[in-house]
Design a protein around this ligand. Structure first.
Ligand SMILES: [Zn+2]
Ligand SMILES: [Zn+2]
Length: 398
């Protein structure tokens, strides 16, 4: 397909802080793994692009929906010195948008639909991983694509979904067609745009955390989209009690609707006391840290592990935070506890399982509390810098 399209593009100045050294995959003036050390004066611009043409193993999508993520907000937000908040892989200018769904419009002859094991024909409704793992490095070859050494990310250093069309390799694309019966009309695209954040939670709870056994008790700290998705997955996996720590009432209410049994506001009462009370002194088998404030929440986790009577608890560190956690080794030793780090959403059957769960009734669409069109998209990204009231704002293409 020939022609032009517009894309909501993040532009910033390459101005490394003193002491910054180019890393192995950093490209002077264009790309870095340490965004907040380098990029200054971020601004969002609507720029014009050629509509891309798919190669033999690529797919061109027409974008239908895309969730606005905290990362989008943090890439467009400057600190007092003008540097962007987002600390990770970034290459600008870049069209943002990485939690998306759409329709296949054109596909190369080697672009296979993993659902049918046949080439894409056009018209399929799909979503995609945003992590473009290379498939050739050691972690990829060992089956650990979330730790790819040559990673690219859609909407971070490769053009993303805040545009009419999006080019992707077929290996990261997953069909949404199993969801068609349950999600009529545009609902399938809204649900599809929530597969990515839900898969981050799935990877943390099931793949990295080792999952739970039906009847286990679980604690989720933080009721953002990842924490809420973790509640839904834990309930579906058979948790007898899912207890959420969240300060904001609106978010707690969504979590309670999607799987949490109890929501505790840690500003109003002691979270550890309340968990011990709700579990009759047992504590929890699994803890999901999804706040990004480990120094604030870890003391409560540790108290529940120490005072609760459940052995072998697992703490899954899911939210990113550049902070030292106040961990007492003795508590892990005596209580047979363990801590696990979780990152990413790719591989391990995460995406197709989340899609099948959604098809089977794990409806995550209540997380999308507001829909915006193209005209409000830019302003919404900016407004989210100060307003945390909406759980997830979804951009819907007209
Ligand atoms: Zn995201
Ligand atoms: Zn790789």
């Amino acid at each position: 397909m020939k022609g032009k399209m517009e894309g909501v593009t993040l532009v910033a100045d390459w101005d490394p802080k003193p002491g910054f050294k180019l890393g192995a995959k950093d490209v002077e003036g264009r790309q870095t793994y340490l965004g907040s050390q380098v990029w200054r004066n971020p601004r969002l611009e609507v720029r014009e692009y050629d509509i891309p043409t798919p190669g033999p193993s690529e797919v061109l999508l027409e974008v239908k929906a895309c969730g606005i993520c905290g990362s989008d907000v943090h890439m467009a937000q400057a600190d007092q010195d003008g540097y962007i908040f987002y600390p990770g892989l970034t290459g600008f200018p870049c069209i943002l948008g990485h939690e998306f769904s759409g329709v296949v419009v054109e596909a190369g002859k080697n672009a296979f639909d993993k659902r049918t094991n046949k080439p894409f024909r056009g018209g399929e409704r799909v979503t995609s991983e945003e992590m473009l793992w290379c498939g050739n490095c050691r972690p990829c070859a060992d089956g650990q694509p979330n730790h790819c050494e040559r990673l690219d990310e859609v909407g971070f250093n490769v053009n993303g979904a805040y545009a009419k069309y999006l080019l992707l390799p077929s290996r990261t694309i997953w069909s949404l067609e199993p969801m068609a019966d349950r999600y009529p009309g545009d609902e399938i695209f809204i649900a599809g745009s929530l597969v990515e954040p839900t898969s981050v939670a799935y990877n943390a709870v099931i793949e990295r955390g080792g999952g739970i056994r039906p009847g286990d008790r679980a604690v989720v700290l933080g009721g953002g989209p990842i924490g809420i998705a973790a509640c839904a997955i834990l309930k579906r996996a058979g948790a007898s009690k899912v207890i959420l720590s969240e300060t904001q009432e609106e978010r707690a209410a969504i979590a309670l609707a999607l799987g949490a049994d109890f929501a505790v506001n840690p500003l109003k009462e002691s979270f550890a006391d309340r968990v011990l009370e709700l579990t009759e002194g047992m504590g929890a088998d699994l803890f999901v840290e999804a706040t990004g404030l480990p120094t604030v929440v870890y003391p409560d986790i540790e108290r529940v592990i120490w005072e609760g009577r459940t052995l072998n608890s697992t703490v899954v560190v899911t939210a990113r935070a550049d902070a030292k956690m106040p961990v007492t080794g003795e508590v892990l030793q005596v209580r047979r506890g363990r801590m696990i780090g979780a990152q990413g959403h790719s591989g391990h059957g995460n995406f197709p399982r989340v899609i099948d769960c959604m098809a089977d009734g794990m409806d995550m669409t209540p997380m999308s509390t507001k829909k915006v069109g193209r005209t409000d998209l830019l302003e919404s990204i900016i407004r989210l810098q100060t307003d945390r009231k909406e759980c997830k704002i979804t951009y819907l293409a007209g």
